[in-house]
Design a protein around this ligand. Structure first.
Ligand SMILES: [Zn+2]
Ligand SMILES: [Zn+2]
Length: 381
């Protein structure tokens, strides 16, 4: 790292830290958020096992109240959920754990799927019928979800300053982007943020959550749903380039700290025929500014896609280890396509690999956040 860069980063820290006063947060301590969980598995049956808390009851939408600490729930006819209790089968549009007084019950419980996949949660539980599957919706304090997402998205070996920066980014996203789904604010996979439940959350994540409690990124006093990704292509991308929409306060910056990261450069080779088959396309056209430059879009059977849409489409079809990012060039030789790309993920906002390098170099959370979000302030909510 050059001395000039160190001075610039230090100046950024001094200039921006005025908005970062320690104190008790209020808003983020009282806000609760809901998450639809285990959706990747499209469950048609699940078992709820209550672990801790006063004994709840399972209230069905038809008004029926079921008692017990283990409830086995199935999907009936793809439209209703079905619960067997005391030898009788009950059908309902949804079910909720409640206290004997009829209030939403809060406590610790396990959700287990037929294959044995089990996750532990702490909060309120409602189960609704989705698109021919059961959708468990867990409601919990926002700060608990911040810590849970850190455990899902980061590693215990990540440096503390990075985990603190990530906590602020996660919290800002959660506070500013609720109601992303029909039945819940968020899902628990990469569409929103990865969350594996409330069980076994390690100390570094809890510490990062507590030390940044209430801190969010703002622009003109409004919380910004700041995005993040694994590794940028060297320069972070703008929301307009990637998603075709503006996000106030989110700009492109030269990262400079992820050049040695594992996915900074990637390649993927595929035949034209296989790619067309996977995409169910009869024609593919690559759009670029000049030979050798990154492509700006893909035309599939006449429909233009942004490279991010193409990445997501291919990821869903073939897995996420083929096209790692939306910054790539394509060279065509006979019937073979060679993709040559940079970065991992959408490339907008905080670059996790770069932020980890900055933290390992001794830079603070504030410096990291100001590097990736020069237009935003860090404030308490
Ligand atoms: Zn989602
Ligand atoms: Zn980067």
């Amino acid at each position: 790292m050059t001395k000039v860069l160190i001075m610039v980063l230090t100046a950024c820290f001094v200039l921006s830290s005025c908005g970062n006063k320690r104190g008790k947060s209020r808003e983020t301590r009282t806000v609760a958020v809901s998450v639809s969980v285990m959706g990747l598995f499209r469950p048609r049956a699940l078992t709820v096992q209550v672990l801790r808390g006063t004994q709840p009851e399972l209230r069905l939408s038809e008004g029926k109240i079921l008692r017990g600490s283990v409830f086995r729930i199935d999907l009936a006819d793809g439209e209703k959920l079905s619960v067997v209790s005391d030898g009788a089968r009950h059908e309902s549009r949804n079910a909720r754990l409640v206290t004997p007084a009829g209030k939403p019950w809060r406590g610790e419980f396990l959700l287990t799927l037929p294959g044995g996949k089990t996750r532990k949660y702490r909060g309120e539980l409602q189960i609704v019928v989705g698109d021919k599957d059961l959708v468990p919706v867990v409601r919990l304090p926002l700060e608990d979800l911040v810590v849970g997402v850190l455990a899902g998205e980061c590693s215990t070996s990540d440096p503390p300053a990075f985990l603190r920066a990530q906590a602020v980014v996660v919290r800002s996203f959660l506070l500013a982007s609720r109601r992303r789904h029909a039945f819940a604010d968020f899902c628990d996979n990469t569409h929103c943020q990865v969350w594996f439940g409330s069980g076994d959350v390690k100390k570094p994540f809890r510490q990062a959550g507590e030390e940044t409690s209430g801190m969010v990124m703002t622009l003109n006093g409004r919380v910004v749903p700041v995005p993040y990704h694994a590794c940028c292509p060297g320069v972070t991308r703008t929301p307009t380039e990637v998603w075709g929409k503006k996000m106030p306060g989110i700009t492109s910056i030269r990262c400079g700290y992820c050049d040695d990261a594992g996915h900074h450069v990637w390649t993927w080779k595929v035949t034209n025929e296989r790619l067309r088959k996977v995409l169910r396309a009869s024609s593919l056209e690559w759009q670029s500014g000049a030979p050798g430059e990154n492509i700006s879009g893909v035309r599939i059977d006449g429909n233009r896609l942004l490279t991010e849409q193409f990445r997501l489409m291919l990821g869903r079809a073939l897995g996420w280890n083929k096209i790692y990012s939306n910054s790539f060039a394509v060279s065509i030789s006979s019937d073979t396509l060679l993709f040559y790309g940079h970065g991992f993920g959408h490339g907008v906002g905080l670059c996790q690999e770069g932020a980890i390098t900055l933290a390992r170099s001794g830079f603070s959370m504030n410096t990291i956040l100001n590097h990736y979000f020069p237009m935003l302030r860090i404030e308490h909510r």
